[in-house]
Ligand binder design. Structure first.
Ligand code: SAH
Length: 212
């Protein structure tokens, strides 16, 4: 279903500058309409964020593609995602062959993401907790992607990243953020590339924004 719509979306992503063939293939394979509420299905392949309940959104496909390309996960690598939401970004990472560990703070969103992972038989590890603390048990990670915007880069995530690993995280105020693409050079040294003008929902937690 929606094969033509997916092809059109991949063309849009190419036009917007996504080059990685593996990433584009993953967008062709993962069915975004399965990750959005029923009433949104006909809009699932528009390049826009869509509401998924609890005031949260499934990120815009271009943003997911951009972050995934920046992370550049290789088959077998351990990747941690903070902000499972619909589960779509996790499914894209899984499609690329990564071993995915994803964290969501809202129980309802966590539960429905786990349901869809099971239904599609995706082997994705998911937990419900504050992702700003990371997931120590399986650290270090070859890559970490944070799909909500925080005021700063959580120290826990920097610690749980493997040397040479990449951490992709939006940092800024609650409305606009700069995407930080951070490479861990050594246990103390990090190199950061910043890309401006992204808009994510807030990262709420111990090393994020305070809950209202
Ligand atoms: N990757 C998701 C995007 C969801 S939006 C997708 O593909 O659909 C970001 C998600 O981050 C929201 O669901 C929000 O509840 C969650 N979030 C915010 N702060 C968090 C935290 N500290 N730990 C875990 N999840 C968090």
């Amino acid at each position: 279903m929606f094969e033509t719509e997916r092809k059109d979306l991949v063309e849009i992503l190419k036009k917007k500058g996504i080059r990685n063939e593996q990433v584009l293939k993953a967008f062709m394979r993962v069915q975004r309409h399965l990750f959005v509420p029923d009433i949104m299905k006909q809009h699932a392949y528009a390049d826009v964020a869509l509401p998924i309940g609890m005031g949260q959104t499934i990120s815009q496909p271009y943003t997911v593609a951009y972050m995934t390309e920046a992370l550049n996960p290789q088959p077998g690598q351990k990747i941690m995602e903070i902000g499972t939401g619909s589960g779509y970004q996790a499914a894209i990472l899984n499609e690329l062959g990564a071993r995915v560990f994803t964290i969501e703070r809202h129980h309802d969103l966590h539960n429905s993401a786990v349901k869809i992972f099971d239904k599609l038989n995706l082997k994705i590890a998911a937990r419900c907790s504050d992702g700003t603390l990371g997931w120590q048990e399986f650290a270090p990670y070859d890559g970490i992607v944070v799909t909500a915007g925080g005021p700063s880069v959580p120290e826990n995530l920097k610690k749980q990243l493997a040397v040479e690993g990449k951490l992709v995280i939006p940092v800024g105020d609650k409305k606009v953020q700069t995407l930080h693409i951070i490479t861990k050079i050594s246990d103390e040294q990090f190199k950061t590339r910043e890309v401006p003008y992204f808009a994510f929902v807030p990262l709420i937690g111990k090393e994020g924004w305070r809950e209202k």
